[in-house]
Design a protein around this ligand. Structure first.
Ligand code: IPM
Ligand code: MG
Length: 367
């Protein structure tokens, strides 16, 4: 197939990890006979430096015309002045909103090879396979706000029933394809927007997903249960900021922020794929960043935007095989283990990337 993929490397370690994932996508194209065309555009702090804007018009136009977008990370100390009117993060929020990407899928999967990298005990993380569906274009991130005036500032959490319904629907469809359990996380004992969220979730699931089991958990309890019994979750659906916080927490189940990919999807148009980690300015440019979250995001791109499931699984298997070979970047290395850099980890994944053997070859039958 032919696909036009826009790369948005962004800031900090973004260019390093996007470069790694691009190499993996290019290898997929070569191995399976696809034609992927890559173009690179500015977003975030580097875009502010070059154009004064965190999301230049030509970046957005290129993304709109693409089949899928792969993003690294935005932000860094250079642009962190709290009084600055223009911030790198506005580019990220702007593109999510402009492309209508209301659902952010953050799968948390445990590679058994990394059990030792999690600060949680192995018996707690064993068998974890959960999917957080984070609402991405509403809530506190996009409600009315007022910057500080005279010692007062505010942000507002606004949701409409339609916004809740579409993301709950998408999450319920995933629950149906998985283990049939959906956990809606809210703060309905305090927030009006959460009471709306809970009511709509109950109605949608009761009406259209009778085969899905829905439970409601308050966000503070959900934070606790993610540590106490993470393996019992299947699909979690929650509003924007709760999802932001809970997925950083959930990344520790998997061992590192450097392992968690994400897919942002809307009802139409290109998806946006990005690691959940940030720009990690402390290690930027040193070639030591873990590229796996971005490589796994590229696998999600293959699966959700290009419907190339076999290729997506091959990338995920290559990542698992690289871990099997003992390769570890610094964030997932256990004490005493010599960490490898971004390039070495990527080279290993490329090396292990191969079309699945046909049944005949696997059985050792000469063709
Ligand atoms: C994320 C990030 C972003 C967010 C920041 C960089 C604006 O933390 O994608 O999780 O809060 O959505
Ligand atoms: Mg975050």
């Amino acid at each position: 197939m032919k696909a036009n993929i826009v790369l948005l490397p962004g800031d900090g370690i973004g260019p390093e990890v996007v470069g790694a994932a691009r190499d993996v996508l290019a290898r997929v194209a070569a191995l399976w006979g696809h034609t992927f065309t890559f173009s690179s555009c500015l977003i975030g702090g580097c875009a502010i430096d070059a154009t004064g804007k965190p999301l230049p018009e030509d970046t957005l136009a290129a993304c709109r015309e693409s089949d899928a977008v792969l993003l690294g990370a935005v932000g860094g100390p250079k642009w962190d002045d709290p009084r600055a009117p223009v911030r790198p993060e506005q580019g990220l929020l702007g593109i999510r909103k402009a492309l209508g990407l209301y659902a952010n899928l953050r799968p948390v999967r445990i590679f058994p090879q990394l059990a030792a990298a999690s600060p949680l005990r192995p018996e707690i993380v064993a068998g974890v396979d959960l999917l957080v569906v984070r609402e991405l274009t509403g809530g506190l991130y996009f409600g009315d706000r007022q910057e500080e005036t005279g010692g007062r500032a505010f942000d507002t959490m606004v949701y409409t029933a339609a916004e809740v319904e579409r993301v709950v629907r998408l999450a319920a469809r995933f629950a149906r394809l998985r283990r049939g359990r959906l956990t809606s996380v809210d703060k309905a004992n305090v927030l009006a927007s959460s009471r709306l969220w809970r009511r709509v979730a109950m109605e949608v699931v009761a009406r259209d997903f009778p085969d899905v089991t829905l439970e409601h958990i308050l966000v503070d309890a959900a934070a606790m249960f993610l540590i106490r019994r993470p393996a019992q979750f299947d699909v979690i659906v929650t509003e924007n900021m709760f999802g932001d916080i809970l997925t950083d927490e959930a990344s520790m189940i998997a061992g590192s922020l450097g392992m968690l990919p994400s897919a942002s999807l809307g009802d139409r148009g290109p998806g946006l794929f990005e690691p959940i980690h940030g720009s990690a300015p402390d290690i930027a440019g040193r070639g030591v960043a873990n590229p796996l979250a971005t490589i796994l995001s590229a696998a999600l791109l293959l699966r959700y935007s290009l419907a190339l499931n076999v290729e997506a699984e091959a990338v995920e298997s290559a990542v698992a095989a690289a871990l099997d070979r003992g390769l570890r970047t610094g964030d997932i290395a256990s004490p005493g283990c010599e960490p490898v850099g971004t390039r070495a980890m990527t080279a290993q994944v490329l090396d292990l990337l191969a079309p699945a053997p046909t049944a005949a070859r696997a059985a050792g039958v000469a063709s």
